[in-house]
Design a protein around this ligand. Structure first.
Ligand SMILES: Cc1cc2nc3c(=O)[nH]c(=O)nc-3n(C[C@H](O)[C@H](O)[C@H](O)COP(=O)(O)O)c2cc1C
Length: 161
């Protein structure tokens, strides 16, 4: 089956997932690999990657998802906050709302993604509080992600489809 891998990635985290998916699938069936583009729409199955912006997928991904018609869709993404599977589930369901009803969502996968150092500096400038401590801890936990386990996880998720 012909497929396309489309991803939006500002700082490279989601691109790592896209590359991992590509490495797990037959290269001869890949019609398109790259940023959101109408070229990807001819594939029967589209793997769509996003970075999390305000609790949902970034705007470029939102526009791309709304251009889908009857393709099979697998969603994958990264988010700065991690640790709670329920958080990822919530994001994925809000991303899914951008997929037209005529398309068929096969599943999704998310993991944490490191954030720019400027974000840590913003947290550091905040007044000390349990919230600030939690945000700093989360920032530091994110630094190693996506890691090998995350990349293996997304490969496994697409191999069982
Ligand atoms: C403007 C902006 C908004 C963000 N909003 C969120 C958010 O609402 N929730 C979250 O978990 N992460 C948020 N993040 C963190 C990114 O989603 C995260 O670092 C992601 O892995 C970036 O992916 P990329 O490297 O593929 O661009 C935000 C980052 C930026 C720059």
């Amino acid at each position: 089956m012909k497929y396309a891998i489309v991803y939006s990635s500002k700082t490279g985290n989601t691109k790592l997932l896209a590359q991992a998916i590509g490495s797990a699938l037959p290269p001869e069936d890949c019609l398109y690999f790259g940023p959101p583009s109408p070229e990807a729409l001819t594939a029967q199955r589209v793997y769509v990657g996003f970075w999390t912006d305000k609790g949902t997928c970034d705007g470029e991904t939102q526009s791309f998802l709304s251009s889908l018609t009857n393709q099979e869709v697998f969603l994958f993404g990264t988010a700065g906050f991690g640790g709670a599977p329920a958080y990822f589930e919530k994001i994925l369901s809000s991303v899914q709302a951008h997929v037209p009803a005529s398309a068929h969502v096969l599943g999704g996968y998310m993991c944490q993604g490191k954030m720019p150092q400027a974000v840590r500096q913003r947290y550091e400038a905040m007044e000390d509080s349990p919230r600030r401590t939690a945000m700093l801890e989360n920032f530091d936990r994110a630094l190693s992600h996506p890691d090998h386990e995350d990349l293996d996880g997304v490969k496994k998720a697409v191999q069982v489809l």
